[in-house]
Write a protein that binds this ligand. Sequence first.
Ligand code: GUN
Ligand code: FE
Length: 432
Amino acid sequence: MSQKNYLFSGDFISAQPEPGELSVHENSYAWVRDGILIDITSEKPDTGEDVVEVDCRGKLIIPAFTDIHLHAVQYVTTGLGYDRELLSWLTEYTFPEEARFAEPAYAERVFRDLVRDLWSVGSLHSSVFCSMNADAAIQLTEALAAAGLSAFVGKVNMDRHGGVNLEETTEGSMADTIRFLERMIPFENRGIRPIVTPRFAPSCSKELMRWLGEQVSEKDLPVQSHVNENKEEIEWVRQLFPESGNYLSVYRDYGLLPKQKTVMAHCVYNTEEEVSMMKELDVLAAHCPASNANIASGIMPASQLIDKGIRIGLGSDIGGGNRLFLGFHMALAMKESRLLWVQTDRASRVISFAEAFWMGTAAGGSFFGKTGAFLPGYSFDALVIDDSHLSRYRPLNVCERLQRFIFAGDDRQIEARYLRGERLPDPRAVVK
Ligand code: GUN
Ligand code: FE
């Protein structure tokens, strides 16, 4: 196969792998070979003859977004029950809805729309919870793969406290997990990988947790779950697992915190001990600011976690969160950080715009390998933003244009999406 050689021109802006300043290359060129960024230069490079030029001059080019935590099976109930708190919201709204995904035709319709919308908002990488139903998780995987998106997909494990129609037997959960993992193998080279997904500690028996931990170490699998989201939940975990000492340690005690391969959603009330454990095991925290506000969970102390060296990605947490567009969540992460700061007599510091942008691109992307920043050797996963409407009254600099897009824009400005250097067509136009 011949090498694919592209030269993109435009206004590039991205975060670095570490939180800090944004890196801006105005009116520059990105040379991309076989999906990998060679370099970004202000002068046109000597690429050879076979290069395809992609002219995006005057447009912003940013790294594709990574939605590091969402529930595909809560797309329909997004927005419902936000007068509840976590535990009653789960049993009254979420669990009954997830049981519907045992019906393949229903699952098919919802997943088709969700995948199209992920594409539309530019979340080209995502880490997704499905339901406990292994067939539904495969359906979701097929839909993501057909759209060419990159994702981790989890068949949810829950063998207790689920209620009618949403609880597995322990043996059934194990057998379905094995079946799910086997059926995921052909998708690996299409960018969709399985992730072990105990729903949260209260949903899993100790026997199931132990077994899942064994699968993680035997098969070298990543893990995603929830931790320290809501005070009532935390107290419940303390009663169920008094021997573990704290919530995060429950996962560690069952082998469910593989180093650099774990995403933990929420992290609103982590103790210092838990923060140290996250640092030691390089756990990626999924900040879900919309969900944390909608169901009154609390505010994640994001700046404190960053200052302790924790990587933080952003999760729409559909359906606890109510928007897919990650710009909405970057803006909300900043707003909540600022409210926390002012309400605590300015005791901590606020996160910067660059840090919020880092969360939704470079930090979340780090879970997928070399993506989320524009550095040589990184996968060229990018969005082309036509922001001419947002900056039509007077010229703005590149950094201001990005802020306008994040705070005042949406998917209507996303003109094109590139994954591994290739443009992703609208999934609705792809004939299966
Ligand atoms: N904890 C356990 N399950 C869930 C869920 O579906 N959503 C949220 N926000 N928290 C959870
Ligand atoms: Fe969640």
